[in-house]
Design a protein around this ligand. Sequence first.
Ligand SMILES: Nc1ncnc2c1ncn2[C@@H]1O[C@H](COP(=O)(O)OP(=O)(O)O)[C@@H](O)[C@H]1O
Ligand SMILES: [Mg+2]
Length: 370
Amino acid sequence: MSQKYIKPPVEIRYAKELEALKANDTARKPENWVLSPKAVRTFILGSKTPITYNGEKITVNKKFFGNDALVERCIITLAGSRGLMLVGEPGTAKTMLSELLSAAISGTSTNTVQGTAGTTEDMIKYSWNYALLLAKGPVKEALVPSPLYVGMSKGIITRFEEITRTPAEIQDSLISVMSDKVLNVPELEEDGLIFAKPGFNIIGTANIRDKGVNEMSSALKRRFNFETVNPVKDVRLEKQIIINEVEQTALANKIEMPVDTDVAELLAITYHELREGISESGIKIDKPSAVMSTAEAVSVFYQTMSNAWYYEDDKMSLKDLTENLNNAVCKDTKDDLERLKGYFNTVIKFKAEKIGGIWKEFYTARKYLK
Ligand SMILES: Nc1ncnc2c1ncn2[C@@H]1O[C@H](COP(=O)(O)OP(=O)(O)O)[C@@H](O)[C@H]1O
Ligand SMILES: [Mg+2]
């Protein structure tokens, strides 16, 4: 792919796969959906055999790992009248999954409201272009539609990122839209009611580390089906996610060195053990309070790989890895540094003696923890 964007949206990144799936799609489909639920599932979970399209064989790789049933339920929710709310720890691919769903169902993943403490009702519903409003009065032309407005009028999905960061009373402006599927613009003299077209729905994401879902009103909660996205439990899968993600980012940034799979395994095991609070051999670990997500592991690995590419002639250095891990883990409290040191002095020490190899190098690098 030519490098036009730092991070192309899902529908551009996987344009070929989406086209191929569409051309071969004969399954039942809700009104206005680009792909059928079956094809959406294949896009996200991958196909066993390549799809033939324009005489070419297109491989559809699995993109979301760890819970196929959850993905199937999400798709079915979106075909119904309730919204979908993905909740979980940061870095569990909630955003990624919501982008994949939007791109496959509506052809776009960018119709998005980003929830913050400063999100206002205007940003959720609509606002005005004041120059036009003064010149022409409250006419449709002067109205600046929000992503919700666009979703309703086009019949596509609106993503609402980090919805629980938005004050609860602002979140509640979604209630009437979600139950009646109509948005009222009282200022407009005619056509003041915007009816949602089929295909419209909302995907919200919420981090349980933020203010939380508790403060969301029960009236709004009832308009959503909740799905909890958990961190990947399988170390081999986590290693594979790290490799896949780093490979793609490296390619996009023209870093042309192979991914060191041994280091990816070491990092996947480290993250897994620190997250679970217990080592493979049963040693108890005092868990850091920082988020030990796969996404963080990917970024620690990629950082180390960039360093290897630009400074170290492609050699992944465990000193850099340890320093990057240190920075990623010890953001919130000083106690996390002690916990990380404790982990090195028990579990990594044990692996260094028992397995040796890069674990020994990793153990030696503990002197860089600070
Ligand atoms: N189950 C998973 N399947 C595939 N990738 C995952 C998974 N969990 C985490 N990841 C990786 O971590 C990143 C998580 O990013 P993101 O979607 O921003 O998480 P969240 O929105 O939950 O904070 C993904 O882009 C992907 O690289
Ligand atoms: Mg997110």
